[in-house]
Design a protein. Structure first.
Length: 215
C-alpha cells in the first residue's frame, strides 16, 4: 500500500479527535464517581471522630467502588494507549480480532448513548493481515457508526472476523434497519479510506449483516 497519511486528511484527524473526546468523557465519569465515594469516606471519618461506630458494610462497599473505578480507568487508559500507538507505523501486521475488540471498546460509549450493546466473536484461529492499522480502525469505526444509526434501541451489534480460502471478512450483525445501500456522508472520508485499504463493503438486509471484505 503506497497511500500516505495525508490521503485521509481531515477524516483521520476527526476520528482521532472524536475518540479522544469520548475517552476524556469516560475518564471524567470515573473521576466523578471516585469523588463521590471520597465524600462518603469523609462522612464515615467525620462520624467516627464524633464517636459513631463505622458501618463495615458501607465501608466495604465504598472501597469496592474505588477498586471498580480504578480498574475501569486502567482499561480506558490501556485502550487509549493502544489506539494512540496505532499511528506509529504506516503498515504493520495486525491481529484482526484484537483490532476489532479495541474499536468496539472505543465505540461502546457511542453505542450506549443509543441503548445499543456491542459484542465481538473470536475466530477459531487468529486472523492476521498487513495494512495500516489506523486506517483500518477508522474504517471499522465508520462502519459501526452506520450500523448504530440503522439499529434500534435494545439491540446488540456483533462484530465477527472471518477468514475464508480466498478473503478476510469482518461481519457486523444485528442491524435491524439495514437496507441494500447505506448512506455514507462524504465528509467522513469513508470512500477514500476504503480505497486506501483495498476494501469493499456489502450488505445483507435479510441477514441484518454488513460485511467488510478486507483482503
Amino acid at each position: 500500500m503506497t497511500v500516505q497519511y495525508d490521503s485521509i486528511g481531515g477524516s483521520g484527524l476527526q476520528f482521532f479527535g472524536t475518540v479522544s473526546a469520548s475517552i476524556s468523557h469516560e475518564l471524567k465519569n470515573v473521576l466523578a464517581i471516585i469523588n463521590e465515594n471520597a465524600g462518603l469516606l469523609e462522612d464515615l471519618t467525620f462520624a467516627a471522630r464524633r464517636g459513631s461506630p463505622i458501618d463495615p458494610d458501607k465501608l466495604d462497599r465504598t472501597v469496592q467502588n474505588f477498586s471498580k473505578q480504578i480498574h475501569r480507568a486502567d482499561e480506558i487508559l490501556k485502550n487509549m494507549n493502544r489506539f494512540a500507538h496505532s499511528v506509529d507505523q504506516f503498515e504493520s501486521q495486525i491481529d484482526l480480532h484484537d483490532l476489532v475488540v479495541l474499536v468496539a471498546n472505543l465505540a461502546a460509549r457511542k453505542a450506549a448513548m443509543g441503548r445499543i450493546s456491542l459484542a465481538t466473536t473470536a475466530p477459531a484461529q487468529p486472523i492476521h493481515l498487513t495494512c495500516n492499522p489506523f486506517l483500518l480502525e477508522n474504517l471499522v469505526w465508520l462502519c459501526l457508526e452506520l450500523a448504530i444509526a440503522a439499529t434500534g434501541a435494545g439491540r446488540t451489534l456483533t462484530l465477527i472476523p472471518e477468514k475464508t480460502a480466498s478473503t478476510i471478512l469482518l461481519h457486523i450483525t444485528g442491524i435491524d434497519g439495514l437496507s441494500e445501500t447505506l448512506p455514507v456522508p462524504d465528509e467522513t472520508g469513508f470512500e477514500a479510506i476504503r480505497a486506501a485499504l483495498g476494501a469493499t463493503m456489502t450488505t445483507d438486509p435479510a441477514g441484518h449483516t454488513l460485511t467488510l471484505h478486507l483482503a
